[in-house]
Write a protein that binds this ligand. Structure first.
Ligand code: CP
Length: 316
């Protein structure tokens, strides 16, 4: 049985085949409408979500399956003190596959250890968000034809932003990628990611404090929200929340084929006037998340032969 807890749980070839399948599903949705008939997805969301939860549920429904679950820790027995291990033991009796979002880093990893069904990490604290990464790669591939050779700017809360952490982990596996990390000093990429992921990759990287300085170099600009819920005090959040606001004027210095991405939700960091720019791809990016999650559900349930290699999950 395979799980997706960390982006590295899929190797590069598996990631490529899964994104190919997502593309196929997007182009020929009708052919996949009954693939999961009789199957149930449990959506276990201990933290708020719009896109991830509803796109997982939409994905399973579009595959002909069904869903059950909860959208908040308070409506599950976690509120009475039940452990993640016991929760997933129960869910394994009710569903065939589970997507879990949790405020505690590592909770989906524990679920994968104790459950009897494939578990997908739908975001754990400030740690990882591998299905967002698959969605990001899907969008980059579609608009730029591939990932190799791109200069990728990541801007905003690079400390707490789990989507950034997962994306960096995946991007280092592509050839000739260059990173530009744009953040305030307090929200820099965590040292362990620089030391254990970016530096060993040998890919060039730089840090910048102002997006205007680096805008002309970028092929992809990945904007992120300052993660209010991860701050220890409100004062720091208020001071840092508007560190970066992308406006049409700032975007004016970008390349004509620049791709502006954002995992969403956005707060203030992208001026709504930017939405009209053809380089603003974040809503299209969110749409792609449904096809990516359809491909992932099919693959983890063993209904898409040839996508995943036959090996047991070890935990990346
Ligand atoms: N991108 C993302 O994780 O959005 P949600 O928090 O709405 O799921």
């Amino acid at each position: 049985m395979r799980h997706l807890i960390d982006p590295l749980d899929l190797n590069l070839a598996e990631t490529g085949r899964l994104l190919d399948l997502a593309e196929e599903i997007m182009n020929r949705q009708g052919e996949f409408a009954h693939c999961c008939q009789g199957k149930i997805l449990a959506s276990l969301f201990f933290e708020p979500s719009t896109r991830t939860r509803l796109s997982f549920e939409s994905a399973m429904l579009r595959l002909g399956g069904q869903t059950l679950g909860f959208a908040g820790a308070q409506s599950s027995s976690a509120a009475k003190g039940e452990s993640v291990a016991d929760t997933i033991r129960m869910i394994s009796c009710y569903a065939d596959i589970a997507a879990m979002r949790h405020f505690k880093e590592g909770a989906p990893f524990v679920a994968a250890r104790y459950g009897k069904i494939p578990v997908i990490n739908a975001g754990d604290g400030g740690h990882q968000h591998p299905t967002q990464t698959l969605t990001d790669l899907f969008t980059i591939r579609r608009c730029r034809g591939g990932v190799d050779g791109l200069t990728i700017g990541l801007c905003g809360d690079l400390k707490f932003g789990r989507t950034v952490h997962s994306l960096i982990k995946s991007l280092v596996r592509y050839r000739n990628v260059r990173f530009v990390f744009i953040s305030p000093e307090e929200l820099r990429v965590p040292g362990y990611i620089l030391k254990e992921v970016v530096e060993p990759s040998g890919h060039p990287w730089q840090e910048a404090r102002r997006m205007e300085e680096v805008m002309p170099q970028l092929d992809v600009l990945y904007m992120t929200r300052v993660q209010r819920e991860r701050f220890f005090n409100e004062e720091d959040y208020v001071r840092l929340k508007d560190s970066y606001i992308l406006t049409p004027e700032k975007l004016g210095a970008g390349k004509g084929e620049l791709a502006v991405l954002h995992p969403l939700p956005r707060v203030n960091e992208i001026d709504q006037r930017v939405d009209q720019d053809p380089r603003a791809l974040y809503f299209e990016q969110a749409r792609g998340g449904v096809f990516v999650r359809m491909a992932l559900i099919l693959s983890l349930l063993g209904l898409a032969p040839g996508v995943l290699e036959e090996r047991e999950w070890q935990g990346a």
